[in-house]
Design a protein around this ligand. Structure first.
Ligand code: SF4
Ligand code: SF4
Length: 415
């Protein structure tokens, strides 16, 4: 059903896009720094009935002193702010709390906590209360089980006990899960079938969508990562679960794409957002916003409901430029290739934060959170994993340098 819908909107938009190319303008485009109109569309977040900005604020890289960024997005009409206790060591929530003081009624707030199959409800409540303190609020609108990658963790009965208690105490309005790793689909299917979530936040971009590859006109031998993801998203919508996309930029190598962008037409980021928003089963997306010009560029795609031919060309170009460099960490097809238990997909995801997002501090924090890392790669020939990636990623050449770049030196503290 989804693919049929998708094919029809791509066909329609290709016609619309043809006109776009002739006139040099698009429905929702702007030059990178030129959009000051702000949010153009608010969408219903499933059964929560919240009406949220279609392009919303991801705060994973929000740092001390950046309250002005939050004010800027609020002034541009963004009303949904996603955070987590782990982001920038809690500073992200503190900045959000400072910035929203006196404006709490203008924002929907989201936070998350990492859990395992053995985490106790009391620990989850402790984490939630820490987030509430930093956010300077009595409640969050949505609270999520963060970065799930195991059905055992999602099905931990302590989570449901915690949610019941937190809702009864008015600390949580709605609950959800977030994820982007290899076992995400299993987790989504379980949570949807058990009807235990109101919202889900999933890594979803054009490079993960079979419909994108169906439309490629040039020779391209890659396949969609997590081809089941559109199905899971569609299934969620059938249960009226709110769906939010993240990691919509497929690695965020924005600077690689500037030479291909045209003045007055959509930028690569806007094209990628259009792809996500054009999926009728996606309600909204979140994106890390780290500068005011960037925010204005991003919001230039607000209101998008289809992908123009010009935007499609940019996405094709990006896939060709970055296909062999981009670890689709959600695919996890290399799982088990390392005899020493290196979590290759997670290691390469943290590498992406450093090399593509150009945020080494964030990358080092995320690397430090991994249960195991790439330490073993320093003394390994690389032979076991060198052909393990069907997408051509040179795992054996990337993991050891990643460890050197992101691991803490003896006695070093995270900044
Ligand atoms: S290295 Fe290759 S197989 Fe492993 S997660 Fe990345 S893209 Fe998938
Ligand atoms: S280089 Fe060696 S230790 Fe590192 S992931 Fe590959 S097989 Fe494992």
């Amino acid at each position: 059903m989804l693919n049929k819908d998708r094919r029809s909107f791509i066909k329609t938009s290709a016609l619309a896009g043809a006109g776009t190319l002739l006139t040099g303008t698009t429905t929702s485009a702007s030059t990178p720094a030129g959009n000051t109109q702000g949010v153009q569309a608010y969408r219903r977040l499933g059964r929560t009935e919240l009406k949220i900005s279609d392009i919303s604020f991801g705060s994973s890289r929000l740092r001390t002193g950046q309250e002005d960024l939050v004010h800027h997005t609020l002034d541009r009409g963004v009303n949904y702010f996603d955070s987590a206790e782990s982001y920038t060591g809690g500073d992200s929530e503190t900045v959000l709390g400072n910035a929203l003081k006196g404006r709490r009624d203008k924002a929907y707030l989201v936070s998350k906590t990492l859990t395992s199959s053995s985490t106790r409800a009391s620990t989850m409540m402790h984490d939630l209360e820490g987030s509430l303190r930093r956010l300077q609020t009595d409640y969050v609108d949505v609270y999520m089980n963060h970065a799930v990658n195991s059905v055992d963790s999602v099905g931990n009965p302590e989570w449901l006990a915690f949610v019941d208690q937190a809702k009864a105490q008015g600390k949580i309005r709605f609950t959800g899960i977030s994820g982007h790793a290899g076992r995400l689909i299993e987790c989504l299917d379980y949570a949807i079938d058990e009807d235990m979530i109101d919202v889900m936040l999933v890594g979803y971009n054009f490079g993960q969508d079979p419909a994108f590859y169906e439309g490629l006109t040039r020779g391209f031998d890659r396949i969609a990562t997590q081809p089941d993801l559109p199905r899971a998203i569609s299934k969620a919508k059938e249960k009226d679960i709110g769906v939010i996309a993240m990691k919509t930029l497929m690695g965020a190598r924005l600077n690689d794409m500037r030479p291909y962008e045209q003045a007055g037409a959509q930028t690569f980021a806007q094209a990628a957002f259009s792809w996500a928003l054009a999926n009728p089963n996606v309600d909204a997306l979140i994106i890390s916003m780290t500068g005011k010009d960037q925010i204005d560029e991003y919001l230039g795609a607000s209101g998008a409901t289809f992908v123009t031919a010009q935007a499609r060309n940019l996405l094709d170009q990006y896939a060709h430029l970055n296909g062999a460099n981009y670890c689709r960490h959600a695919c996890n097809l290399c799982e088990g290739a390392c005899p020493y238990g290196v979590p290759i997909a997670d290691v390469l995801r943290t590498r992406m934060y450093a090399t593509d997002y150009e945020d080494v501090t964030f990358a080092r924090r995320e690397y430090a959170l991994l249960e195991s890392n790439a330490d073993a790669c320093l003394n390994c020939s690389g032979e076991p994993c060198q052909d393990a990636c069907p997408n051509g990623i040179e795992i054996d050449k990337l993991c050891a340098p990643t460890h050197r770049m992101l691991s803490l030196r003896p006695g070093e503290q995270l900044s």
